[in-house]
Write a protein that binds this ligand. Structure first.
Ligand code: PGA
Length: 261
């Protein structure tokens, strides 16, 4: 099934507000021939969401996403951000990133609740799943990814699958974790097939075919083609390389050319 290919830039907390806006301005200068066939989403930190949202209106095809949201609609949660607070500015939201799962103890259940909440509010959840190096070494990749995806699916409906993006992001492959080498694209594609099979097991083949599954972890302008060229890989989530305007635009172009299968 033809999918709209996806590019997600996860800016983490790498940029000050000023630097984030300057980076967007530099992207705009390069964006003339950026294809609008790609669903391209830039995810700056919360304080930059509003201004980024009004600025990206000037860059054809680019949308804004948040990097996290709380799983409850509202409540006494000091320091947290509610879906109604990001919705005016963001069309997408990353959830379940390994840095949040690992460092702030976010559970599979909470990630699943966040996905359902975002869908109810008309935002696209970009749900990250993936195994640690230790889990991989212990031969537990399939087990760990299956656990994360199965819990996620319990909170979704067949219709919701078409609105969701799942990112397969092996934790050890993230550039901040200093991988020895980025993963083999074939291995990545196998694990992404597993995710689609799990979705098919729950909701049937037709619904699972609508799900978009992208790869994250040390993607850059040089290797993006290898990953998105694999069958069943619908795009990429990119951290550090997406901070560089030339690479940002080049990766969107490549994803637009390769498309998805
Ligand atoms: P990276 O980050 O592209 O720098 O590996 C990806 C991520 O952590 O989301």
């Amino acid at each position: 099934m033809e999918h709209v290919p996806v590019f997600v830039a996860n800016w983490k907390m790498a940029l000050s507000h000023k630097a984030a806006m300057e980076t967007l301005k530099a992207i705009k200068k390069l964006a003339k021939d950026m294809p609008d066939s790609v669903e391209a989403v830039v995810c700056p930190s919360f304080p930059s969401l509003a201004e980024a949202a009004s600025f990206v209106g000037k860059i054809s095809g680019l949308q804004v996403g948040a990097q996290n949201v709380h799983w409850e609609e509202s409540g006494a949660w000091t320091g947290e951000v509610a879906v109604s607070q990001i919705a005016p500015f963001a069309s997408h939201c990353i959830i379940g990133h390994s840095e949040r799962r690992r460092l702030t103890g976010e559970t599979d259940q909470q990630v699943a609740e966040k996905a359902a909440l975002l869908i109810r509010h008309g935002l696209v959840p970009i749900v990250c799943v993936g195994e640690s190096w230790e889990e991989r070494q212990a031969g537990e990749t399939v087990k760990r990814v299956s656990e994360q995806v199965e819990v996620l699916l319990t909170k979704l409906t067949r219709v919701a699958l078409a609105k969701l993006i799942v990112t397969y992001e092996p934790i050890w492959a993230i550039s901040a974790n200093n991988p020895v080498a980025p993963p083999d694209p074939d291995e990545v594609a196998q694990n992404m097939l597993l995710i689609r099979k799990l979705a098919a097991g729950q909701f049937g083949n037709e619904a699972a075919e609508r799900l978009r599954i992208i790869y994250g972890g040390s993607v850059d302008a040089d290797n993006v083609k290898q990953y998105v060229g694999e069958p069943g890989v619908d795009g990429a989530l990119v951290g550090s390389a997406s901070l560089k305007p030339v690479q940002f635009v080049s990766m969107i172009k490549t994803i637009g050319e390769v498309g998805s299968t």
